[in-house]
Design a protein around this ligand. Structure first.
Ligand SMILES: Cc1cc2nc3c(=O)[nH]c(=O)nc-3n(C[C@H](O)[C@H](O)[C@H](O)COP(=O)(O)O)c2cc1C
Length: 169
């Protein structure tokens, strides 16, 4: 797949087939995240792959949506604020930016492999943090359900026009 094809075919999948995802594919998509650029190359992120039934039920309670339950597994992208770059001039922590780039790599790779994903940020982060027994400085930033799309309507890409995005000066 060409990168443009991955850009245009990836969409937020909110319904998954009852079909397991091979571990090698999970390693491939996390492998793509691994190659993402990060500030000062600090790579301040980890990925928790949740497939254990009991843990998964706890995770579903952090984001109680019927569609979310259909995903055979969920990857939790965790920002490591204790090893991220902070800009000297104002202290800005770049962990969230680094996580976002890595997750984007992961999702595009998943699209190439025929897997569906969806960014989920509207979850109970405190509960998820407790569930994983994370250190204080480690923050669950995004839940990424992964699985084979069950089909149905692929939403139309609604995007701003270039002239709304670009400021030429
Ligand atoms: C940072 C971020 C947070 C998001 N959080 C959620 C969420 O909590 N629940 C959800 O269903 N979709 C969530 N989305 C998916 C967006 O709604 C979706 O990407 C957007 O509508 C564009 O649609 P597309 O991904 O199909 O191109 C999130 C996306 C991003 C980038």
């Amino acid at each position: 797949m060409q990168i443009d094809e991955a850009f245009s075919t990836r969409y937020s999948v909110r319904n998954y087939l009852v079909k397991e995802v091979d571990q090698t594919l999970i390693e491939e998509i996390i492998g793509a995240a691994r190659l993402a650029p990060s500030a000062v190359n600090f790579q301040p992120f980890q990925f928790y792959v949740i497939s254990d039934k009991a843990l998964r039920e706890q995770l579903n309670a952090c984001y109680p949506r019927k569609w979310f339950e259909t995903a055979p597994l969920v990857i939790i992208a965790v920002a490591l604020h204790d090893s991220s770059w902070k800009r000297a001039s104002d202290g800005k922590d770049h962990a969230d930016i680094d996580v976002a780039i890595a997750v984007d790599h992961l999702m595009l790779k998943a699209a190439e492999l025929g897997l569906g994903t969806c960014w989920v940020c509207n979850f109970d982060a405190k509960r998820c943090h407790e569930m994983l027994s994370l250190p204080v400085q480690h923050e669950p930033v995004a839940l990424i359900p992964v699985g084979y799309p069950a089909g149905g309507d692929v939403p139309e890409k609604k995007r701003k026009n270039l002239d709304q995005l670009v400021v030429w000066r």
